[in-house]
Design a protein around this ligand. Structure first.
Ligand SMILES: NC(=O)c1ccc[n+]([C@@H]2O[C@H](COP(=O)([O-])OP(=O)(O)OC[C@H]3O[C@@H](n4cnc5c(N)ncnc54)[C@H](O)[C@@H]3O)[C@@H](O)[C@H]2O)c1
Length: 252
């Protein structure tokens, strides 16, 4: 039986690297997926290719920082696929494309898109999941939500907030049958929304690959595989957990 048979999932940031890979995997495993993203062109193209290969997916333009957009997204999902079982809070931005990530503006932007969005999404999804008899929320954090790093405090803090919010959700929603877990990708190919990648960043990443026990950077599929497991009933007794997907970087 497909691993996500009859599940209905929302994947935020579904037009991007990890989100698009998760959309392909989830639909191949029987889920109906709503791709929720600001990037309409890529999102609609992805949905077209999924539907062409026999999957069920829809695109819904969503700004995850807007509570009105969240309400509309949940209404759309229930109207189209009748229920909501899985929410993958994956949309996010990095400090790389910002003029000054250490300014208050930079901090606010990172906290808003990476952390407050998940607070809004969780609040919007819980009533629909409760009606469905339970659900799974998976929040995409980062190893930099656990570790500190130089020069981008807002990224660290926003991803740390995601980690703690996930545990708060697991504790407060467990009695409704709603699970919440976080995933923490390590160093991967740069995020598409991360701005220009200069030689210094490429050099840094090559260094990370060398110092990672598995000897390579991560891929979108590495992360999407963990999202699939946490979305499925295979993880039905796992809540409040964090899965680090970093090739062993943090184990050292
Ligand atoms: N790539 C990495 O190295 C890496 C490492 C650790 C964690 N992560 C996390 O993984 C997640 C996905 O990253 P990715 O590498 O696929 O990046 P990506 O830039 O390819 O995709 C992010 C997607 O989020 C969307 N998005 C941004 N702001 C939005 C908003 N306000 N509303 C709706 N959609 C919005 C973008 O349009 C984009 O499609 C992010 O949360 C990121 O922080 C990535």
């Amino acid at each position: 039986m497909p691993r996500l048979q009859d599940k209905v999932a929302i994947i935020t940031g579904g037009s991007g690297g990890i989100g698009a890979e998760a959309t392909r995997m989830f639909t191949a495993e029987g889920a109906s997926v709503v791709v929720a993203d600001l990037d309409e062109d890529r999102g609609r193209e992805l949905v077209r290719s999924v539907v062409e290969s026999g999957g069920r997916a829809e695109f819904f333009r969503t700004d995850v920082t807007s509570s009105e957009d969240w309400d509309a997204l949940i209404d759309f999902t229930r109207g189209t696929f009748q229920k909501l079982d899985v929410l993958i809070n994956n949309a996010g931005i990095s400090h790389l494309g910002m003029t000054d990530p250490t300014s208050l503006d930079g901090w606010n932007q990172l906290m808003n898109v990476n952390a407050s969005s998940i607070f809004l999404g969780t609040n919007a999804a819980v009533p629909a999941m409760t009606e469905a008899g339970g659900g799974s929320i998976v929040n995409v954090s980062s190893v930099y939500g656990i570790l500190g790093s130089h020069g981008h405090p807002g990224y660290n803090a926003s991803k740390g907030a995601v980690r703690a919010l996930t545990k708060a959700t697991a504790v407060s929603q467990g009695s409704r049958g709603i699970r919440a877990n976080s995933v923490h990708p390590g160093v991967m190919p740069p995020m598409r929304t991360g701005g220009t990648v200069d030689d210094r960043i490429l050099e840094l990443r090559a260094g990370f690959a060398k110092s990672t026990p598995l000897g390579r950077l991560g891929t979108s599929a590495d992360v999407a595989g963990a999202l699939l497991f946490l979305a499925s009933d295979e993880s039905s007794y796992i809540t409040g957990a964090e899965i680090v997907i970093d090739g062993g970087l943090m184990a050292q």
